[in-house]
Design a binder for this molecule. Sequence first.
Ligand SMILES: Cc1ncc(C[n+]2csc(CCOP(=O)(O)OP(=O)(O)O)c2C)c(N)n1
Length: 255
Amino acid sequence: MFGYAGTNRAITTLLGSDLDVLLVLGSSMNLRDTLFWSRQLATRTQIIQIDIDPTMLGHDYPVPHTIVSDCRQTLQQLCKFADEELRQLTQSAPARRKCTAELKALPAHFNTEKQTSDATPIHPARLIAEIRRALPHEIILFVDSGAHRAFAGHYWESFGPGGVRSATNLGPMGWAIPAAIGGKLARPETPVVVITGDGCRRMHGMEIATAARYRVPVLFVASNKNLRQKKSNRCWRKQFYCQILLRRTMVGFKS
Ligand SMILES: Cc1ncc(C[n+]2csc(CCOP(=O)(O)OP(=O)(O)O)c2C)c(N)n1
């Protein structure tokens, strides 16, 4: 995942010098998806943006090549060309495999040691790692708005399509709490979990009472920071964003 809370591997690949062409499927190339509209990505790389909604093309970001199309159909069409037009790519396949192997050798996340750290209070990276370890793969995770989303976005690897829900565009605090209750009512057979913050919980926490009253079993995890912990929370955030900034600086990010 590139952009907001993006992984080490994705940021290294997309801002690295080896990338020739970037095929973008169904992203509006907004601020979050493009790592604050990275100039480096725009100037270095040939970008092809594909979206079924024409108003999304070049809307937020300068994109030289655009295609109005259903992403699935486009990929199916591309696969049809694989035998003929794309045959020459087989020659360069070993180089691509080498590049992929090098990337996979990198840690996927920043600060990986925090995922197992015994520090008190518990580091958000450890919180996310422990929740992920404890829960079944078929869960739907709802993530609220706040620093906990940055950590969940970075450290949580989805178990499958539709496995994570978050209102990332507007970022309304507390949304995940009632949204998860709705999700559980719609899919009663699926375990539903919420990661929220103490601030979010103060805004919509009363809906937990609604869930209890109607016996809707949802697991709520609130990343709590009381006033005494606030300092360390700020410190974590700073560390986390510093890592991202550091990464951007190291790969020559200008803006
Ligand atoms: C309704 C609403 N008010 C304000 C904001 C701005 N805002 C975004 S995150 C945040 C703090 C969230 O705090 P908390 O729920 O404790 O989560 P944490 O950041 O500690 O993980 C604020 C005030 C918002 N997104 N939505």
